[in-house]
Design a protein around this ligand. Structure first.
Ligand SMILES: Nc1ncnc2c1ncn2[C@@H]1O[C@H](COP(=O)(O)OP(=O)(O)OP(=O)(O)O)[C@@H](O)[C@H]1O
Ligand SMILES: [Mg+2]
Length: 312
């Protein structure tokens, strides 16, 4: 099997709301890779994950997960998937280690293997020092790491990961990323929904961008950045006032950030020269001009901006 998740013309209508739901989406996730499912609020991410995890019904189209049809083989699908990010069934009274060992036993490990895997998980998520404390005493970040450690103990072939690093500090976030990457390297197929495009950029082998129930872009992070229209120019001025004046005279400025304005370029060479002329005509003297590839955030913004008809 090459694709562990296949979504084919999937449609879902919600009663009383014609615009909502999914309007025929297609994508596939190769086995052992991470796919980032992105989109603004209401795009259809949760609906897609609910369909793939058999929590909600499909109207038309089809989907398979680990080779099983979500409509006709729901229990096989459920046996093949893990969900990370929903509150895992962690017991507040038990210690971190006890929770992990219990979960290891529930997923058919011997007592010895369960203890071994629990210790590995504690170590990997930086919870060794807190291992003997009841989970009720854990901080939010520690709790989050334990939830993830518990979810990963079951070792399913397909993993749905929902906003895995919300509320984590940068180093805990790195730990989570490397744990997810390690699962994929071991052959697990991961569908990741996240609001952090930086996270998708870091982790995802492929990306599916949804907007209003349709796929508006898909590809590798690099493909999306390349397709999104060439490069960006960051122009920095020595005062905020100059940056504001530049926004007023230059077409296509997307955003200002303090003394910097960010301008999307279609055709790098001539546009840069043209921009320089405009700035000179208005006596605006930049302290720095840099040309760079777009970030995934900007790709995303541009795509969703287009479909919104430019309304910001
Ligand atoms: N049970 C429901 N009944 C009616 N409409 C619904 C239902 N569930 C979702 N919707 C609508 O379907 C659309 C897609 O919702 P969905 O929850 O899949 O979006 P999402 O991409 O997960 O958004 P978010 O980023 O806010 O979590 C939205 O317009 C939402 O209001
Ligand atoms: Mg959602």
């Amino acid at each position: 099997m090459n694709d562990s998740i296949i979504v084919d013309h999937l449609t879902k209508h919600y009663r009383d709301n014609d615009e909502a739901g999914l309007h025929g989406i297609d994508f596939a996730v190769p086995t052992g890779t991470i796919c980032g499912l992105l989109g603004p609020n209401g795009a259809g991410k949760s609906t897609t994950v609910k369909i793939l995890s058999t929590l909600t019904r499909v109207d038309s189209g089809s989907a398979t997960v680990a080779g099983f049809d979500v409509r006709t083989q729901a229990s096989d699908v459920r046996a093949s998937i893990g969900m990370v990010g929903q509150n895992a069934a962690v017991d507040e009274i038990l210690t971190g280690r006890q929770n992990l060992v219990m979960f290891g036993r529930l997923t058919h490990r011997s007592a010895r293997t369960a203890r071994l895997h629990a210790d590995e998980a504690l170590e990997r998520f930086g919870l060794t020092a807190a291992a003997e404390r009841p989970v009720g005493t854990y901080s939010g970040g520690m709790r989050r790491r334990l939830d993830l450690a518990v979810s990963l103990m079951s070792d399913p072939p397909v993993l749905f990961v929902d906003e895995p690093t919300t509320g984590l500090d940068p180093s805990a976030r790195r730990d989570v990323w490397s744990a997810i990457r390690a699962r994929a390297d071991a052959g697990c197929t991961v569908l990741l929904t996240t609001q952090y495009l930086e996270e998708a950029d870091e982790l995802a082998d492929s990306i599916v961008m949804l907007q209003a129930g349709r796929v508006v872009a898909q590809g590798t992070p690099t493909e999306l950045k390349t397709e999104a229209g060439a490069n960006w120019m960051d122009v920095t001025f020595d005062t905020v006032d100059h940056a504001r004046r530049a926004v007023a005279v230059v077409d296509g400025v997307l955003e200002t950030e303090d003394k910097k304005v960010r301008i999307p370029l279609q055709n790098r060479g001539t546009e840069v020269l043209h921009m320089a002329d405009i700035l000179r005509d208005h006596a605006l003297d930049p302290v720095d001009i840099a040309i760079r590839q777009p970030t995934l955030d900007e790709v995303f913004f541009r795509l969703t901006e287009q479909t919104h008809g430019g309304a910001a």
